[in-house]
Design a protein around this ligand. Structure first.
Ligand code: GDP
Ligand code: IMO
Ligand code: MG
Length: 423
């Protein structure tokens, strides 16, 4: 068997949680491979809404195995809060959630360092989620990290040594902080974590594949936030692209099967950094209001704009996307016209590839299409799609060279239309 990968093609918040939940019944295992509690994945069904941060979005569907892979960074305090809330709503996790021993722990001082680095950057700040993601991956790469497996061996010493290094750094930055509450919650989280199975997830996943089980890998963030290929330095600190599933789970490249690329019918971004199609007008405000574009974890207002096909083509190339999934088309239901960016104009020159430097000189070149002006939120089959919507889909498929397999017409699990594309 091969693993299928689902990932965001834009700047995150494309609707990954919803789609993983929809696809889970077809799989035996769902695995997260990078990121951490900077993610906020929303799922809605049976009138309930859940937001997951570190726990895979397969947790609501039957007895599937859910794995937190080695590429993930885990905050025990936030994990405990998330898991307890799920348990309280009747979702048992204990036997179905496995955690890689090689996943790195986010320490309380990583969170403080994240805030201190952002404060030091001033106007150039990234606008991070403040969850300690960057400092934890920094320690991983510089070989100073503390891992889940360390909880079982020599933990106190490793923790104290890492904390001492961080405190030295914070002192050199004259950054004031109070660790008391954070550290208390963190150690309670460590105790809580001990009831879960710590696994060698690379062995587990490969054994499951060899036994004919199917695996879906759930990306976090989006391709434009990838540490290598995103809009650096305004990115997160992990490889959000498909290759991240190989390194973040121990899956060989030739084991990757379907790659589902998910995008909104428009575009959003939260935090700082370039965003060529951003709208600063009434249309942008309308998209924000209709799409409820506020961060699911931080509550921050998301910046909104038209779909950017130059950036999407780049994401499709980097990830080897085999199927596209379009989200939130319902947000555009009542627009009389819709724009799509097909090229960039830079200093008078038109280019149709994603350049090294996206800065204020990048002017989007738009194609304008007719809106469908139809409420699509109750549609269940593509036979019901309005003509103008089909024309929009065909235009996207022609531009992007990959077919759109699913269309999401609302936040609920049921508001998902599978299209009849040939296999
Ligand atoms: P993720 O981080 O990629 O999982 O996405 P988020 O959960 O952060 O943000 C997506 C938001 O859009 C959530 O509030 C979802 O409930 C909502 N959503 C998902 N699909 C649709 C859709 O098709 N239409 C509408 N209107 N909302 C959607
Ligand atoms: P999901 O999985 C949207 C953004 C932050 C910031 C940058 C770096 O829900 O799509 P970090 O805390 O990772 O160091 O912040 O990345 N960011 C996200 N934006 N969705 C996310 O996750 C994000 N995770 C991080 O806003 O600009
Ligand atoms: Mg999100």
């Amino acid at each position: 068997m091969k693993v299928d990968v689902l990932l965001g093609l834009q700047w995150g918040d494309e609707g990954k949680g919803k789609v993983v939940d929809v696809l889970t019944p077809k799989y035996d295992v769902v695995a997260r491979f990078q990121g951490g509690p900077n993610a906020g994945h929303t799922l809605e069904f049976e009138g309930q809404k859940y937001i997951l941060r570190s726990i895979p979005s397969g947790i609501f569907q039957g007895d599937k195995v859910n794995i937190i892979g080695n590429g993930v960074v885990l905050d025990p305090a936030l994990f405990k809060a998330e898991a307890e809330a799920l348990e309280a709503s009747g979702h048992n996790l204990k036997d179905r959630l496995h955690i890689s021993k090689k996943a790195h722990l986010i320490l309380p001082t990583h969170r403080i360092l994240d805030l201190a680095y952002e404060a030091a950057k001033g106007a150039a700040k990234v606008g991070t989620t403040g969850k300690g993601i960057g400092p934890t991956y920094t320690d991983k790469v510089s070989r100073n990290g503390v891992r889940v497996g360390d909880i079982l061996h020599g933990f106190e010493e490793k923790y104290s040594s890492a904390k001492a290094k961080h405190e030295q750094l914070l002192k050199s930055m004259n950054y004031e902080y109070d660790l008391t509450e954070l550290e208390k919650a963190w150690f309670e989280g460590i105790e809580y974590l001990k009831q879960f199975q710590f696994v060698d997830s690379e062995h587990e996943i490969n054994n499951l594949l060899n036994a004919g089980k199917s695996v879906l890998c759930e990306g976090a963030q989006g391709t434009m936030l990838d540490i290598d290929f995103g809009s650096y330095p305004f990115v997160t600190s992990s490889n959000t692209v498909c290759a991240g599933a190989c390194t973040g789970l121990g899956v060989a490249p030739n084991k990757i099967g379907e790659v589902y690329g998910i995008f909104k019918a428009y575009c959003t971004r939260v935090g700082a950094g370039p965003f060529p199609t951003e709208l600063f007008d009434k249309v942008g405000d309308e998209i924000c209001t209709l799409g409820h574009e506020f961060g699911s974890v931080t509550g921050r207002k998301r910046r909104c704009g038209w779909i950017d096909l130059v950036a999407l083509k780049y994401s499709i190339m980097i990830n080897g996307v085999t199927k596209l999934i379009m989200m939130k088309s319902d947000v555009l239901d009542m627009f009389d016209s819709i724009k799509a960016c097909v090229a960039y104009q830079i200093n008078g020159e038109e280019i149709n590839y994603f350049p090294y430097d996206i800065n204020e000189n990048v002017e989007p070149v738009y194609v304008e299409l007719s809106g469908w002006q139809t409420d699509m939120t109750k549609m269940h089959s593509e036979d019901e799609f309005p003509e103008e919507f089909n024309a929009y889909l065909s235009f996207l498929e022609e531009q992007l060279g990959v077919s759109v397999k699913f269309v999401s017409v609302g936040p609920d699990r049921e508001q998902t239309v599978e299209r009849y594309t040939e296999e």
